[in-house]
Design a protein around this ligand. Sequence first.
Ligand SMILES: C[S@@+](CC[C@H](N)C(=O)[O-])C[C@H]1O[C@@H](n2cnc3c(N)ncnc32)[C@H](O)[C@@H]1O
Length: 241
Amino acid sequence: MEKWATSHDRSLAQRHAEGWMFLIEAARDIRTTGAIAPSSRALARALTEPVRARAARPLNILEAGAGTGAVTRTLIPQLPAGSHLDVVEANPHFSARLHDVAATHPDGAVHRQQVRIRTARVEDLDTDRRYDVIVSGLPFANFTPGQVEAVMGRYLELLRPGGTLTYFAYLGTRRARTLLATRARAHRHHAAEEVVADYRRRYATACRTIWGNLPPAKVWQLTRPATTVPGPARSSAGAGR
Ligand SMILES: C[S@@+](CC[C@H](N)C(=O)[O-])C[C@H]1O[C@@H](n2cnc3c(N)ncnc32)[C@H](O)[C@@H]1O
C-alpha cells in the first residue's frame, strides 16, 4: 500500500510539474506550443489507436510535437518487440523533459533502445526511415498555410504506403479566432485550415470526437494509399529501415 501511495504520489507530482512547464512554455510562445495544458489520457489513447490496431509486429512510429510526453507515455508500453519510436520536438525545454520521460518510464528498461528523441522541427527531419504510424501533436491552427503544407507533405513522404497519420484539432476554437482575430489573421487561418482540409479530403479514413479533454478535440486518421505516390511533388527517397 505504501509502495502504491509512493508511486501514485510521484506520478501526481510529475503531472503537476508538467502542467506548470506547459503553461510556462505556452506563455513564452503560444503559437508554437499551441495549447496551455498537455493532452488527456483519453486523447492520447485515441491518437495512438492505429498502433493497437496493427498486428503485434515490429513497427516504425514517429511522434511529432510531443510536448511534455503525454502521448509518448501512452506509446512506450504499446511498442511491439523490435519496434522503433522516433520522437521529434521543436522546443529544447520539452525535449529535455522527454529524455527523462523515456528514461524513467516503468517500461523504460525494456524499451530504452527502441526510443529516440530529437530536437528538431518535423518538417526538417532528416531520416531515411519510413513509418507505419505517425502521431502528430502539432498546432496546425497556429501555422501559416505554407508551414501546414510543408509539414503535411513531409508526413505523407515519411509514411510507408498503407501507413496512418493521426492528428487532433480542438473543438470550438475556430469561432473564437474569427471573433478575435484581425481580418488578415482570420484570412491566413482560413487558408491554413483549407490546406489541412484538402489533405483530409484526399486521405482521411476515420475521425472521432474526444470529449474527455480540455478543450474537447477531434482526432483524425489519414492513411497513405498502398499504391499511389502522394503529392505534393517531393521525392520519396528509399524504402527506409
Ligand atoms: C499542442 S502541443 C502538444 C503536446 C503533446 N503532444 C500533448 O498532446 O500534450 C504542440 C507541440 O508541438 C511542438 N511543435 C510545434 N511546432 C513543431 C514543429 N514544427 N516540429 C516539431 N514540434 C513542434 C510544440 O513545441 C509543442 O510541444
